[in-house]
Design a protein around this ligand. Structure first.
Ligand SMILES: [Zn+2]
Length: 280
């Protein structure tokens, strides 16, 4: 994978990947049937942004509440839960109380699952995403995309805020509304110490979804797999978990438009195993 060339926009935020567990799924579920036979160990992820005096958490991973008999929905074998998020935070010397702000890329079960660990922490999601959680369309209900137990937890947080649209949140952190995967997904554009990074949530589950010319990817164990590229005129490879394809393609272009170069190193995808093997 071409990466590591992101030097533009360097800022004060040190970004880290927080491992929150894993599940085993067919790659094809995330790439519209491409490589359906390739079963991959895929991580659940959250991310930590740190400046001198502020800790920001992007997403909170999956709760053990959502796994039944070691399986996530769809029968995917999974091992995940709050203990992984807590252990990953501890490795960084951070406790839940030290988190100043949570940004939710979206409120699916595997991104908002551990919101209960942060009962009063200032937390931000898009208003449309909150509506989506409270009124999932039937396809989302069938897939159990949302963990409905998240609703009362976020409702009781006096500092849970919903916004509509893009927002310059603070120096070097910008929120970009990027619906498609869900109705209120957002991306987080950050000037990290290593340069510009866009945390895209599950708009792109994997880098090859954004850059469909890619022919290789790593799994959680660091093993490299050959993967099928899309025809060269395809802008992206959408996953099968797309709420609205029209919004999805618009959001894909919004994200790509702010990248200095078409380089996978600039984007941070919701379930990219390669993130476990490299620095952001
Ligand atoms: Zn996800």
């Amino acid at each position: 994978m071409a990466q590591g060339t992101c030097s533009r926009g360097a800022g004060k935020w040190k970004a880290s990947v927080l491992y929150c567990g894993m599940h085993i799924n067919a790659k094809g579920a995330l790439t519209s049937g491409y490589d359906q036979d390739l079963k991959l160990k895929l991580p659940y992820l959250a991310y930590l942004l740190q400046s001198e005096d502020t800790n920001i958490l992007i997403d909170t991973g999956t709760s053990e509440r959502f796994l039944v008999d070691g399986k996530a929905w769809g029968g995917c074998p999974a091992d995940a839960g709050s203990k992984y998020l807590l252990a990953s935070l501890e490795k960084k010397g951070v406790k839940p109380d030290d988190i100043d702000l949570i940004i939710y890329t979206h409120l699916h079960n595997d991104h908002a699952g551990n919101c209960n660990l942060f009962p009063t922490t200032k937390s931000i999601a898009q208003a449309a995403e909150w509506q989506g959680l409270n009124n999932p369309v039937f396809a989302e209900q069938m897939r159990r995309d949302y963990d409905l137990e998240v609703i009362p937890i976020l409702k009781s947080n006096p500092n849970f805020l919903t916004i509509d649209g893009d927002l310059d949140l603070m120096e070097g952190v910008r929120l970009l509304k990027t619906p498609g995967h869900t109705r209120g997904s957002q991306s987080v554009v950050v000037n990290t110490t290593a340069g510009l990074r866009v945390f895209v949530g599950d708009q792109f589950h994997l880098p090859c979804c954004c850059f469909p010319w890619m022919t290789q990817m790593k799994d959680c164990d660091g093993v490299t797999h050959q993967i099928t590229p899309a025809p060269s005129n395809w802008p992206t490879i959408p996953g099968s978990l797309v709420y609205d394809y029209y919004s999805y393609y618009e959001s894909a272009d919004r994200i790509k438009a702010i990248l200095p170069e078409m380089d996978p190193g600039y984007i941070v995808c919701g379930h990219d195993p390669d993130l476990l093997h490299r620095e952001l």
